[in-house]
Design a protein around this ligand. Structure first.
Ligand SMILES: Cc1ncc(C[n+]2csc(CCOP(=O)(O)OP(=O)(O)O)c2C)c(N)n1
Ligand SMILES: [Mg+2]
Length: 400
């Protein structure tokens, strides 16, 4: 019974926390001073917790990485974090209007996934899409211009926060209808298999979306036709203001594909995400779909209209920040292996702050889209689509 969960709410909060110290247990012999470690030295690091598998073997917990990769993980996640914090301020200053869903807290999913795949693989996600776009090689100027409705935006200022897109590097959006991207993602995987591309699609969705029927319909066909589709449930434990236990009879999302194998992953551990995505790509190309449940957390509310503090405690949020933060985890790993000093990491963060501020200044100079662009890329040209007045009778405009 759902109500039985209420009594154990404090233990639920505790379950969201796993000590970062445990995560950093790695072979002591791997510790080396920065002067003797080259960028490409191989480091082997254990994932924070084991992967939990359903209907498949779990990948190894020992993840190979390099100093260069760890430093780039720190850089990329810190950039995303700064970008989202800046978007929060721009929204409050009313320079961003409409919907705006921020991703801070979940950065390890976007960054770890990119480390395992190429831009020939496809990604499709929901509306919390700014960082996925950056992971696909999008620029800060494109992000802030799009958020502020300017021409330099990745959707020319006409999509806004929920509709980022970068087809040339395999990013198919940015979707506002909860769950709708899942069958679209399976369609992308169908095309990849049909064209014998040897590439895969990662379709990301939330724990709330996981309760939708279309997930199961798409999974059925994807499994029947062995499509190279990897369904990634980013379980941040809330769908808007509803905690997962109030919405899902079984919150073990990695098992919910039944006949489709699944793996549960610490989505706050970028190395675990990389490891599982590499495994998933190989699996999907050989055997068809797989579900990955990424255990993660969003620091912000659902969107900018949600302060995010009425349905969860401040202690829960600060506990996750202290115990599981994905950037702090990598910072500690870098320091533990003497790959950089605390000051060098702080300098990187300062530099990123500057980059973000510069991009915002440039985006503010970008013009608004021309009114003549209103219907471009919205209706196919030349079909004579008509726009009616409010009475639904009088034709006001025949669209170009
Ligand atoms: C079909 C549909 N139903 C409802 C909504 C309203 N809505 C927007 S986001 C959301 C919650 C989704 O939560 P989750 O899938 O966990 O994703 P998260 O926001 O946590 O990333 C809802 C109900 C919608 N956009 N589309
Ligand atoms: Mg959610």
């Amino acid at each position: 019974m759902a109500l039985s969960h209420i009594a154990s709410s404090s233990s639920r909060s505790k379950n969201l926390l796993k000590p970062i110290a445990a995560v950093l247990s790695c072979t002591p012999s791997l510790r080396r001073p920065i002067s003797t470690s080259s960028d490409s030295t191989t480091l082997t690091i254990e994932t924070s917790v084991p992967f939990t598998a359903h209907n498949c073997e779990a990948p190894s917990r020992s993840v190979e990485t390099t100093p260069k990769e760890l430093l780039s993980f720190f850089h990329d996640m810190a950039l995303m974090r700064r970008m989202e914090i800046a978007a929060d301020s721009l929204y409050k200053a009313k320079l961003i209007r409409g919907f705006c869903h921020l991703y801070d807290g979940q950065e390890a999913v976007a960054v770890g996934m990119e480390a395992a795949i190429t831009k020939k693989d496809s990604i499709i996600t929901a509306y919390r899409d700014h960082c996925t776009f950056i992971g696909r090689g999008g620029t800060l100027l494109e992000v802030f211009s799009e958020l502020m409705g300017r021409q330099d935006g990745c959707s020319r200022g006409k999509g806004g926060s929920m509709h980022f897109y970068k087809k040339e590097s395999g990013f198919y959006g940015g979707h506002g209808i909860v769950g709708a991207q899942i069958p679209l993602g399976c369609g992308l995987a169908f095309a990849q298999k049909y064209k014998k591309d040897e590439t895969v699609t990662f379709a990301l969705y939330g724990d709330g979306a996981a309760n939708q029927g279309q997930l199961f319909e798409a999974l059925n066909i994807a499994a029947l036709w062995d499509l190279p589709a990897i369904l990634v449930c980013e379980n941040n434990h809330y769908g808007m203001g509803t905690a997962e236990w109030r919405a899902a009879k079984s919150p073990a999302y990695y098992k919910r594909g039944d006949y489709v194998p699944g793996l549960k992953v610490d989505g706050m551990d970028v190395l675990a995400v990389k490891q599982v995505c590499k495994f998933a790509k190989e699996h999907a190309l050989k055997n068809g779909p797989l579900i990955l449940e990424m255990d993660t957390y969003r620091y912000h509310g659902h969107s900018m209209s949600d302060p995010g503090s009425t349905y969860r405690t401040r202690d829960e949020i600060s506990g996750v920040r202290q115990e599981r933060d994905p950037i702090e985890r990598v910072r500690k790993l870098i320091l533990a292996h003497d790959l950089a000093t605390e000051k060098e990491l702080k300098d990187t963060e300062k530099e990123l702050r500057k980059e973000v501020d510069e991009a915002i200044a440039k985006a503010k100079e970008s013009p608004m889209p021309d009114p003549s662009e209103l219907f471009t890329n919205i209706y196919v040209k030349g079909l004579g689509a008509e726009s009616f007045g409010a009475d639904r009778k009088e034709v006001r405009v025949v669209l170009p």
